[in-house]
Design a binder for this molecule. Structure first.
Ligand code: PEP
Ligand code: MN
Length: 259
């Protein structure tokens, strides 16, 4: 039995299929507001946007940090949609308090037990991404660290794993996502943007996640992806995001669910 996790007005894991959309990173007030307003108007059920970015290259854009929070506040007030942002260290629980509805543990931090323990003491829902080389049992054990602290509001997110394949950025383990939903009490999302790294693979994998009975998807969207400061190559354009919403609707209806 999947436990539902309330996020804003949505019970994640219930009838609604969560469609999280937004930029990889918050780059400026105007960039976030433009994208959030557009995806909200086109059917997103929650907004994402990185405040602290964990980049492979230390010379890459690391995120605006707390300077991004007034823009997050405005997006929540204007759209009424919940906001999801990644937390990269325990002291940021306080930084994010009152600004963010869901704290995301990124793939690179799934094994960070100090962070997981602190999030167990938090009273905010957690989106726990699977580590890029984590086995399924390790992913569920990471969730247990959070539960052990008293926080059971956990949403799992499969974001692709490293395999020998190099044509896609990662390999989407859809069977693993379904396994996690069957073996754990937590709702499960899929992030096809990081799993595939290719905008044209995002919509098919979203449809597959819906057909497989998973609880939602998280997709990266940018209105000017050619100038994005991170992950622009995999971002959906606003037009592609609209096409995704249009194709998800009828499928969800046949499955007795809705956006
Ligand atoms: C993200 O969603 O912003 C992100 C960095 O993803 P991941 O941790 O899965 O690489
Ligand atoms: Mn990204």
């Amino acid at each position: 039995m999947t436990r539902t996790v309330p996020v804003g007005g949505v019970e994640v894991g219930g009838d609604r299929f969560l469609l999280v959309a937004g930029p990889c990173a918050i780059e400026s007030h105007d960039q976030l507001l433009t994208i959030a307003r557009e995806v909200g108007r086109r059917g997103a059920s929650a907004i994402r946007g990185g405040v602290f970015k964990m980049r492979t290259d230390p010379r890459s854009f690391q995120g605006l940090g707390p300077a991004a929070l007034p823009s997050v506040d405005q997006v929540r007030a204007e759209t009424g949609l919940p906001f999801i942002a990644e937390i990269t260290s325990p002291e940021q629980i306080e930084t994010f308090a009152g600004h963010v509805d869901v704290l995301q543990v990124g793939s690179r931090n799934m094994h960070n037990t100090a962070l997981l323990k602190e999030l167990g003491r938090a009273r905010t829902p957690i989106l726990l991404k699977r580590g890029l080389a984590a086995r399924l049992d390790e992913w569920l054990l990471a969730a247990e660290y959070i539960v052990a602290g008293g926080n059971e509001a956990i949403i799992l997110c499969e974001r692709g794993i490293r395999t020998f394949e190099t044509e896609t950025r990662n390999t989407l383990d859809l069977a693993g996502a379904v396994w996690a939903r069957q073996r754990s009490p937590f709702p499960v999302l899929v992030d096809p943007s990081h799993a595939t790294g290719q905008p044209d693979l995002v919509a098919p994998m979203c449809l597959a996640a819906a057909a497989a009975g998973l609880d939602g998807v998280m997709v990266e969207v940018h209105h000017e992806s050619f100038r994005a400061l991170s992950d622009g190559f995999q971002a959906l354009t606003l037009e592609k995001f609209s096409a995704l919403v249009a194709s998800l609707g009828p499928l969800l209806e046949t499955l007795g669910r809705r956006l």
